[in-house]
Design a protein around this ligand. Structure first.
Ligand SMILES: C[S@@+](CC[C@H](N)C(=O)[O-])C[C@H]1O[C@@H](n2cnc3c(N)ncnc32)[C@H](O)[C@@H]1O
Length: 345
């Protein structure tokens, strides 16, 4: 069994890194073949757990837009014959639409959709085309000379990321992270449903909302009461029940239970206040304070500006950086997303 994944091309590395992290913590065993940026195949995936894997991937991933079951790999020359060879009645439930997506291909999308549609009707005459509300979606991906003929199994709910943009939440404050990146960072921390996740600079709660939505228990704290309160308002609004919020300076943090994951966006730059902590010291203080609050197998995923070298600070406390990704914000600022864990002895 092979699954075709169509990913966002917003960033060259994060969508794949997010998928790998989710597969790792959810024990999804498959080989990944990257066809091109935004397009990859999961090979040798166990059929036994497939329904469960679909559910996990569609529920969790931020930067993966579609997951389909590949029916057949074809090419420009054999396309008609290959579409006709498929027993479509096995895959389609009464009504269908064909949608074609191109990657480095010049084929005529509309003509290919029409052609495939009529071949499918020829092959299985009790089916009907319905372009607005089809019960089944045939997804054809054209990559150079190849075609991947696939069927959609579960629709990913991408509306959420549009609808939960910071300015659409009941409590808004500038500087909140976009929800897709927040979801990706939660996933990079390899956290599982039911685990305890902490954001000690919670601001408006953007990271905690995403973690709560995938089923984590969440804890947020912030030096400002107004932010702690705003986080609670936002978490309530998104129906997240299992949460606690505190009004604390990060240096005072002493968790009632060691956490399985820390995901955070510490303050930096002139626009965010750091209390009375000077410049980069906020990162040092954060590392010192967070270490003992984390389980030994916990991951920390954090954002920082490119001009702060986290490595010596992390080293000093006993952390190691395992992955790093740069996101160019503007000419003079790149945001670095780091995945960090305790050094193993
Ligand atoms: C960049 S914002 C976090 C944004 C958050 N991820 C969101 O989506 O809204 C950083 C937060 O750290 C808080 N903060 C600043 N200094 C702090 C400190 N010493 N201890 C705890 N929180 C602090 C600020 O009040 C601010 O809300």
């Amino acid at each position: 069994m092979e699954l075709l994944c169509i990913q966002s091309q917003e960033h060259p590395e994060l969508p794949l890194a997010e998928l790998k992290a989710v597969m790792e913590c959810e024990n999804i065993d498959a080989d990944i073949e990257v066809i091109t940026e935004g397009l990859l195949i999961l090979k040798n995936i166990s059929e036994e757990n497939l329904d469960e894997y679909y559910k996990i991937l569609t529920k969790r991933l931020g930067y993966t837009h579609e997951v389909h079951e590949i029916i057949k790999k074809s090419n420009v020359e054999d396309f008609d014959r290959d579409v006709l060879d498929i027993n479509w009645c096995e895959y389609i439930n009464e009504t269908f639409a064909v949608r074609v997506k191109r990657f480095h291909s010049e084929i005529d999308t509309v003509a290919t959709e029409r052609r495939a549609g009529s071949l499918i009707l020829e092959n299985c005459n009790n089916l009907k085309v319905n372009l607005t509300k089809p019960k089944s979606l045939v997804r054809i991906v054209a990559y150079m000379n190849d075609f991947y003929i696939a069927i959609e199994r579960i629709k990913l709910n991408k509306k959420h990321f549009e609808e939960s943009k910071p300015h659409k939440r009941p409590f808004f404050y500038p500087g909140s992270m976009n929800p897709k990146l927040a979801r990706c960072m939660v996933n990079l921390s390899r956290v599982n449903e039911g685990d305890l996740l902490l954001d000690p600079f919670c601001g408006t709660g953007g990271i905690l909302i995403e973690a709560g939505l995938i089923g984590c228990k969440v804890v947020g704290s912030d030096i400002y009461w107004k932010m702690k309160n705003g986080t609670s308002i936002n978490l309530d609004y998104y129906g997240i029940k299992d949460y606690r919020t505190f009004n604390l300076d990060v240096r005072e943090l002493k968790m009632y239970e060691k956490v399985a994951s820390v995901v955070t966006d510490p303050p930096y730059g002139i626009s965010t206040s750091t209390g009375d902590i000077e410049g980069d010291d906020i990162f040092k203080e954060f590392f010192k304070s967070i270490y003992d609050n984390m389980r030994d197998d916990a991951y920390l995923c954090m954002a920082s500006p490119h001009y702060v070298d986290l490595k010596p600070m992390a080293d000093e406390v006993g952390f190691e950086i395992v992955e790093q990704y740069g996101i160019k914000m503007h000419r003079s600022l790149t945001r670095i997303i780091s995945v960090i864990r305790k050094k193993l002895d």
